[in-house]
Ligand binder design. Sequence first.
Ligand code: B1M
Length: 211
Amino acid sequence: MSVLQELSLNVEKGKRKLVPGLVQQALDEGIDPNVILNEGMIDAMSRVGEAFRDGKIFVPEMLIAAKAMQAGVATLKPALAAGGAVSRGKIILGTVAGDLHDIGKNLVGMMLESAGFEVIDLGVDVADEVFLETYDKNPDTKIICLSALLTTTMPAMRSAVAKINAAPWRSKVKVMVGGAPITQAFCDEIGADCYTADAASAAEAAKKLAE
Ligand code: B1M
């Protein structure tokens, strides 16, 4: 079995203590950090999601797998986020109200930081008002980034974007959205400026938007 297969299996099984060592082994074998992330960990989380959907596992198993992935991401972070020291400005980032998923958001934050942005990470379950208040305290913010992982929290994303769109400073800031259920069509419908499907493309898009 290759190290990536072993890593993927251990993320899926939630073996938090084994995952960092396997990530390190993969790095030592010279495997591209993005390949380690996608084929060694994100793939595993997709299988975890399918098993949950099919009723084969339950929330605790999903949480244990998430913790294993987080441990792996921590080991991978220096290799993944080997960014320069450029300063591209501030970004406000958070997972919308009612939504507790943060692995994808954290990856987006990591890639934005490595692209040279200062990221104000508001965490998960962020109320609409908190995005607005944080902008008021940081009016030099260039982009507000919203993540949502549940179809049931897409309305919260719509609501947050509607409030941002109604703010007097709207023309000075860009709004980016993403997360598994989000699409370009939904982004257009709710009046956000940019949708991207993954963390790497979010960082690329942010660089263009902030120019
Ligand atoms: Co949840 N969960 N979960 N969960 N969970 C999903 C999302 C689900 C698809 C599983 C399934 O049923 N197949 C399903 C949603 C179904 C739906 O909405 N239609 C689901 C459900 C139902 C739930 C609960 C409701 C379960 C319950 O309680 N009955 C519950 C809700 C809790 C809440 O939020 N209120 C719940 C809870 C949890 C845990 C807490 C146990 C745990 C999260 C732990 C954590 O995040 N710290 C969890 C997990 C782990 C998952 C799965 C298995 C994995 C999510 C993940 O981390 N993926 C997930 C299934 C799946 O995704 N296949 C599932 C890896 C991560 C890297 O990908 O977050 O998609 P992702 O991020 C990607 C892109 O989406 C993108 O970039 C990242 C990759 O580069 N991206 C952006 C994300 N944000 C972006 C922002 C951007 C741009 C790109 O710009 C701003």
